[in-house]
Design a protein around this ligand. Structure first.
Ligand code: PPE
Length: 313
């Protein structure tokens, strides 16, 4: 049995979470969404940075003039309820707000706004060995969209047509992921991850003006690195700085903290997970797996154990 899905304030069966083929989103990509993880920490299941994800969802919707009829607190509570109802101790959470039925045509203003929240178990995003071994990637031939074409700070469905092109090419070329450059040629991000460069014990990542998604894992890694005395610079990164980096790693909700071992067949550093990457992984997992939470990033949830859930089902 797949977990129930939250839909506009109620729970519905997984298989009933359907939309009409003439929904605006199908034709024009008009959705905004989030990706969040709930971890089974040593202190019990906890959602990582729930409030920040809900705020980004609300901001994404605002950019597209979609009115979500729920407050941040109501959305956060809906996420917690969906997890608790699922019985999953750890899961990936996907809230999506979309333009539904209404008049056909590009103008979405008279189409309905529908909110869904789904949960599922999601393992390692970039392959089973990725966190330890690192991944092989390429610089994508598709650029990240220019800042005056599609708003990159909004996590909108349509943006992921660009991401899909990048990801498909990478896979066809035998790589795990593609790194996109901005239209002026600076390093932006992966198809579903932000990117960090480590050079001489300083961490570099693209600034938010470089058409990147302002990643919540990215922000967390900046804090965790600064806590440990590292200097972090948000600045323009030229492509060749990838090849000459001491270490490179991706960050993202799905990807967590994933080392990169080659780019365009250049070996990065020693060709395996570097010490700074390992330190940042450990710092991240100490929070999300250890449940040690100096920044107050975790929202603990009360998921009944599997046998209890069965008894009450
Ligand atoms: N950039 C992009 C383009 C992106 O999609 C993500 C998340 C990030 C950066 C990292 O953001 P954050 O999760 O807040 O640290 N990508 C989500 C979707 C992946 C998918 O395949 O779907 C995710 O990681 O949940």
């Amino acid at each position: 049995m797949e977990p129930d899905i939250w839909y506009n304030g109620d729970f519905i069966d997984h298989e009933d979470a359907e939309i009409h083929v003439l929904s605006h989103v199908i034709h024009y990509g008009s959705s905004v969404f989030e990706g969040i993880r709930c971890y089974e920490t040593e202190q019990g299941p906890a959602v990582f940075r729930l409030e920040e994800h809900m705020q980004r969802l609300i901001d994404s919707a605002k950019v597209y003039r979609m009115e979500i009829p729920y407050s941040l607190d109501e959305l956060a509570e809906a996420v917690v309820d969906t997890i608790e109802r699922s019985g999953l101790q750890g899961c990936y959470i996907r809230p999506v707000v979309l333009r539904g039925e209404g008049p056909m045509g590009v103008n979405p203003l008279d189409n309905s706004v529908e909110t869904f929240i789904a949960v599922w178990e999601w393992g390692q995003y970039l392959g089973e060995e990725a966190l330890e071994q690192g991944v092989d990637v390429e610089v994508a031939s598709w650029n990240r969209m220019a800042p005056n074409t599609l708003p990159a700070m909004a996590k909108a469905g349509g943006n992921y047509l660009n991401a899909s092109l990048v990801k498909m090419n990478a896979i066809k070329n035998g790589k795990m992921e593609g790194i996109m450059l901005s239209t002026d040629g600076y390093v932006a991000e992966g198809s579903g991850e932000n990117l960090f460069v480590v050079k001489d014990d300083t961490l570099y990542t693209a600034p938010t003006g470089m058409s990147i998604l302002p990643g919540i894992t990215r922000a967390s890694i900046i804090s965790l690195a600064e806590d440990r005395g590292y200097e972090v610079e948000e600045k323009q990164i030229p492509r060749e700085a990838l090849y000459t980096a001491d270490e490179l790693f991706f960050t993202g909700t799905a990807a967590e903290v994933t080392p990169i071992r080659t780019v365009d067949d250049y070996t990065i550093g020693a060709g395996s997970r570097g010490p700074v990457t390992k330190e940042m992984q450990d710092a991240f997992f100490e929070v999300v797996e250890g449940g040690r939470d100096p920044h107050d990033w975790l929202t603990f949830v009360d998921v009944p154990a599997a046998d209890e859930a069965e008894m009450t089902a």
